[in-house]
Design a protein around this ligand. Structure first.
Ligand code: NAP
Ligand code: MG
Length: 498
């Protein structure tokens, strides 16, 4: 039998070379998968939402897409007079809302959750366009968690007697809520849902760079037919926030933002009978022991610091790694960082999106420069950044000393500081060596070590062998300069009752 010889054509080495990265790994190039935004119809101008209606004001400011610098829309700049009107509307609505039966209140909140669920894709795209976060995150984290919060507190509305047995709890009245730009809709949900469940009425202000999803929420609230004035939504800047804080008819302030502004608010409310909860900054220690599942820990480091470009109050921004595994962790981290995709936030393959604003980018650059000047070693992803927009390469510093600014100050960007320790005792001392106390992470294969370490760390939330996990049933909040009061869970109701 004749065997026909099959001659294989020699593969072109040119193509192969292109496929290989410097370290001989295949370099996969994903094709772009841009989220469809055709269904997004943004208005030119977003008016205030007061007393159930859209209300015009004198001044409007622009909100941009930080990934393109393109102006998306204009949003109302609420003046003192506008805040007075919003508070008056909430005050009138309080007499209506407090009389709505708990069960009916629950139904309204449930309805908000259901409508949000129907519009989840639209909300995710707008959140990504207005704030720069990857669509992967807004679609699978921000929006679902916001919805979950409304569902969760809808359930509590008629069960307050179970949450507070033997107590006759009452709503507080008009509450003022001020939120930051890193998780706009989620921070709004964390605040609005429990306040409504407890029978309060609301004036809430979005952050200057991300007003859009809150105004979209106003449309949802209208559709849910919530009585007029129960939720009033405004936008503006710090001055707008301070009008809310200082309004005599506002009985409670719930603030999430920087420690700096938190201190101003604390001073402003001192000596008044206003209730106050502050959710402020953080500088979380992510502690990796030598007996940790290293590859899982590497994912935890990545998720801890590069999730949402590091614009996360509970980000694992201080990596404490046991000295014996320092080099292996750093090498694996570098290897993993090669695969991070930085770029168009609307691309479903993007891991790290745009920095929220030019101001925040400058703040990050300034702190990174201080790290270099103070002698730490910098490593950055060798990724290409888009020409337009605000971007910063995922970065880490090794050789960081406790005294360096990057070890103490919140960068609020994709910048990790790596420090080492030798013993568990040293890890605890270093973890607690911070003004903040919001969160921490512990990685070890020993359960006993987890419980031992977490009992000694002063932080509101501590994750073991995972990081940045949230659930509406789980309370969240800080110690020390990270603030006080808890959001989420049964604890989250306490802030909204007398
Ligand atoms: P920020 O500058 O403190 O602003 C937060 C909010 O307060 C914004 O709506 C801001 O308005 C407003 N504001 C500014 N000055 C004010 C004043 N004097 N009186 C009343 N309101 C005022 O913080 P950010 O830069 O938006 O957010 C980042 C910070 O939030 C980080 O420190 C982060 O750690 C923290 N954060 C904490 C948590 C938590 O749960 N602990 C969660 C998320 C973020 P404008 O934006 O319009 O100026
Ligand atoms: Mg914006």
């Amino acid at each position: 039998m004749k065997v026909k010889q099959i001659t294989k054509s020699k593969p072109s080495t040119k193509g192969m070379e292109n496929l290989k990265a410097k370290n001989n790994l295949p370099k996969w190039e994903y094709s772009k998968t841009i989220e469809d935004s055709k269904h997004i119809n943004l208005k030119d101008e977003y008016d205030l939402f007061v007393n159930g209606k859209l209300v015009k004001t004198k001044t409007y400011f622009e909100t941009v897409n930080p990934a393109t610098e393109e102006v998306l829309a204009k949003a109302a700049y609420a003046s003192k007079e506008d805040i007075d009107n919003a508070v008056l509307s909430a005050e009138k609505a309080f007499n209506v809302w407090r009389k709505v039966t708990p069960k009916e209140k629950g139904k309204y909140i449930f309805r908000i959750a259901r409508i949000l669920q129907e519009k989840a894709r639209e909300f995710a795209v707008i959140e990504t366009m207005d704030g720069g976060k990857p669509i992967r995150e807004s679609k699978s984290i921000d929006i679902p968690l916001s919805i979950a919060h409304f569902f969760y507190y809808a359930g509590w509305a008629d069960k307050l007697s179970f949450a507070f047995p033997d107590k006759n709890v009452k709503p507080i009245g008009v509450v003022g809520q001020i939120i930051p730009w890193n998780f706009p809709l989620m921070m709004a949900a964390w605040k609005i849902a429990p306040a409504l469940a407890c029978g309060n009425t609301i004036v809430i202000k979005s952050a200057e760079t991300t007003p859009l999803t809150l105004y979209k929420l106003a449309e949802v609230i209208q559709e849910a037919e919530l009585p007029d004035g129960v939720v009033n939504i405004v936008s503006g800047d710090g001055a707008t926030g301070s009008h809310i804080v200082n309004h005599p008819k506002v009985r409670k302030i719930a603030f999430t933002g920087s420690t700096e502004v938190g201190k101003i608010i604390m001073k402003a409310t001192a000596g008044t009978d206003k209730k106050l909860t502050l959710e402020l900054g953080g500088k979380a220690a992510n502690i990796i022991f030598e007996d940790a599942p290293i590859d899982a820990a590497i994912e935890g480091i990545i998720n801890g610091i590069y999730f949402n470009q590091g614009h996360v109050c509970c980000a694992g921004s201080r990596l404490l790694v046991q000295e014996s595994i320092r080099d292996i962790v750093i090498n694996k981290l570098k290897y993993r960082m090669k695969n991070l995709r930085v770029g168009d936030p609307l691309d479903k393959n993007t891991d790290v999106g745009a920095i929220n604003s030019k101001m925040q980018l400058n703040k990050i650059k300034e702190l990174v420069k201080s790290g270099i000047d103070e002698g730490a070693n910098i490593y950055q992803c060798d990724c290409k950044l888009p020409k337009k927009g605000f971007w910063f390469k995922p970065t880490f510093f090794s050789n960081v000393a406790q005294s360096h600014r990057i070890a103490n100050e919140e960068v609020f960007g994709p910048v990790l500081s790596i420090l080492t320790f030798r013993t568990p005792e040293e890890a605890v001392v270093k973890a607690n060596n911070t003004f903040y106390g919001l969160s921490a992470g512990v990685w070890t294969s020993k359960g006993s070590k987890v419980f031992n370490i977490l009992s000694k760390i002063k932080a509101g939330v501590i994750w073991a062998n995972t990081f940045n996990k949230f659930n509406p049933a789980s309370p969240f909040g800080g110690y020390k300069e990270s603030g006080f009061g808890r959001e989420g869970g049964k604890h989250g109701l306490e802030a909204y009752v007398d």
